[in-house]
Ligand binder design. Structure first.
Ligand code: NAP
Length: 226
């Protein structure tokens, strides 16, 4: 058995690969059918994770939106919402963030050893704290610890930096991306995967296309890694 959760990324990008505009704020890329698909994926996960960049840019709550799905989770003995996780080396998550305040269920903030103690103490009032890594969160240690804490199925919802860091560390099993019918452009607009990137083809993460589904004027592509 894997010593980390089964981990999948879900994202929405424009036809030119951008996940938001050059203002780096949330932008509508998909439509109702895709929102509903994402809600189902969320409801199926033990935890939903984002990077601190996404919390600061978009302030998402990451709750399950459908009442019916929340009810289904509760009848299965689960919390209404999956655990919500922020990867946040410096404990910068605002105490007013929607992730910490909207909906019921577990919250986990993953920090590094260098996070300021008073920030960590304040966050501990609202969330479980997981310490992994010295100056930046060590994603492999984090993934193993999450498994120990009962997270078997982990959904990553961005952003660009965390998507790449998790994928290039070999910690992602599956990637679903809605490709929308618009062009966003802009060299500073985040893409599905940013981060440092590679210089040689051999270093690329290989993918296998397992599903394609046209919806909302665009298409959902689902890939397995490796
Ligand atoms: P991000 O990926 O959400 O968060 C990145 C941050 O994670 C890093 O700056 C780093 O900050 C932290 N981190 C901690 N440990 C890390 C590690 N080992 N490796 C890499 N990062 C680590 O932020 P982003 O790249 O700025 O993306 C945000 C953008 O994505 C926004 O524009 C948002 O609107 C967009 N977005 C779009 C979608 C979509 O589906 N269309 C979904 C989500 C977000 P620390 O070092 O301080 O911890």
């Amino acid at each position: 058995m894997q010593d980390r959760p089964y981990t999948f990324i879900n994202s929405a990008m424009s036809a030119d690969g951008k996940i938001s505009t050059k203002l780096r704020k949330q932008v509508k890329i998909s439509g109702r059918t895709d929102f509903d698909r994402v809600d189902e994926l969320r409801a199926s996960a033990d935890a939903v994770m984002v990077g601190i960049g996404t919390v600061l840019a978009d302030d998402p709550s990451l709750t399950v939106k459908s009442e019916e799905r929340r009810r289904r989770r509760v009848s299965a003995g689960l919390d209404e919402n999956p655990a919500r996780i922020v990867v946040d080396s410096g404990a910068r998550t605002p105490l007013t963030a929607d992730i910490l305040n909207k909906g019921t269920g577990r919250r986990i903030i993953v920090v590094s050893q260098s996070a300021p103690e008073e920030r960590v103490a304040a966050l501990r009032e609202k969330a479980e704290i997981l310490v992994a890594g010295k100056d930046q969160v060590d994603l492999t240690t984090m993934s193993a610890e999450l498994k120990k804490r009962g997270i078997g199925r982990l959904m990553i919802e961005g952003g660009a930096t965390l998507n790449y860091a998790m994928t290039s560390s070999g910690l992602v099993d599956e990637i679903s991306v809605f490709v929308g019918n618009l062009i966003i452009g802009g060299e500073n607009a985040p893409t599905l995967m940013d981060g440092p990137g590679i210089s040689e083809r051999e270093q690329a993460v290989g993918l296998k296309l397992i599903k394609y589904e046209p919806i909302d004027g665009g298409i959902v592509l689902t890939w397995k890694t490796g």
